[in-house]
Ligand binder design. Sequence first.
Ligand SMILES: [Zn+2]
Length: 450
Amino acid sequence: MLRKTLIIFTVVTSMSICTALSAQSFNEWKIIHAGTLLADARENVRTEQSIIIRNNEIVEVRDGYVSPNQVNGAANAKVIDLKNQFVMAGLIDSHTHILGQQEPNRRELRVTRSSQFSTLMGVEYGMRTLRAGFTSIRNVGGDRNAIFALRDAINQGVVMGPRIKAAGQGLTPTGGHGDGGGFRDDIFPHPHSGVCDGVAECRKAVRTQIKYGADHIKYVATGGVLSMTATGTGQQFTDEEQIALVQAAHAMGRKVAAHAHGKIGLEAALRAGVDSIEHGSYLDADTADLFVATGAYLVPTLIAGHTVERIASERPAFYTPEVRQKALEVGPVMKAALRTAHEKGVKIAFGTDAGVNDHGTNAYEAVLMNEAGMSERAILISATVNAADLMDLTDIAGTIEAGKDADIIAVSGNPLENISTLLEPQFVMARGNEINLDVPPVDLFPWPNI
Ligand SMILES: [Zn+2]
C-alpha cells in the first residue's frame, strides 16, 4: 500500500513538474532589442535589430527596435534590452565529457560513482556550460546509461541544460586508450561495452551503441594522454578495424568522431572516412591535405592540452608517471597542429574536451585558438556554423534566423575584435529560456594542495 502511494505521489509530482516546464507550449513571446547582431558568423554585423521569439523558436529578425504591438499576436511580449550588447548565436562545443571532470580522486570515482549520480553531476556541469554561453554540446564518450538519460531529460525539457548530442561508450581496443587500464578486472570489468577487437567485434560494438541510443560514434584511433598506461600516442585500432567501425556507423546514419594524436593513426582514421578528428596533435601538412580531401573536421581541443600540461608541470604528483610524461609531450604541440591545419584550409569545429578542463571554462578554447593564429571570425564560425554542421544541427542552431531555436547569447564588447569577450557572457537564452547567470560558482570538489 505504501509502495502504491509512493508511485502515485511520484506520478503526480512529475506531472506537475512537467506542466511547469512545458509552459513553453503556451503562446509566450519575447522580443530582443540587439544593439549589434551577428546573426550568422559568416556575415557582417547589423545594428539596431529585433529578434522576435515565440516559445522556443525565432519567428523573425527585423530592422530597428520593434515594440510588442507592432508584432501580430505579441502584445504581451517581454522586451529584452540588449541595446548595449553584441548578440550572436549560442556557442557550440563539439567535444565534451559532461558527466565528470578531473578531480584528485578521479580514479576511485570511476569505480565508485553510480550512473545515476553521474547523470545528476551532468545536470550541474551542464548548467555551468550553459551559463558559459554554450547552448549545444556533443558528448564524446562516457557512461552510456547516464549520458542518454541526461540528454533525453534536457531535450524533453525535464531539466535545463545545453542541448546534447551523445555518443555512448567510446570504442577502444583491448588495452587501448578507453579501456580503463590500471584496475583489477573484478573492480573495473573487462571487457566493458566499449571494448572491441577485430572487424566483427568492432561492427558489433558500433551497432550496440546505436541500439542503446547513440547519436554518433566515438572511437580511439590512437593512444591518449590520460589513460594510465605507457602505450604512447600511436595508432591502436588497425586500418581494417577503423574501416569496419566507420562503415558500420555510416550504414546506420551515424557520424564518427575519432580521437587521434599520432600522425599515422590519425591518417588511418581519415582514410577510413571519419567525420571528425579529435585533438589532431601530430598532424602535419600532408595530413592537412588528407583532411581537405576527405572533408573531415578537426576538433582542436587546445584547452585540454593546455590543462594537462599545466597540471603536469605544477602538480607533479597529480598524474601517474605514464600520464605525466604524455601530458608534458602532447600539450605543447597542439597549437602548432591547429595553425598548420587552419593555414591549409582544414574545416575546424570548436571543441574543448571539457571534463579535462573544468566545465564552464569552455570559452577559453577561443583565446587559445586565437593565439594559434585563427582570426576571431574564423573562431566564431567554428563555434557556431561549423559545429552545428558537424553535429547535424544546422536546421535548428548555429545562426539567428527565422525557424531556428532561440539559442542566443550576448557579450559586452566585440568578439570580432577581442575574442576574450566570450569569456563573460552577459546574457544566455537556450531554446527560448533566459538562463540566470547570477549564480555563484560551486566548488563541488575543492582540490587539496598536491
Ligand atoms: Zn575527449
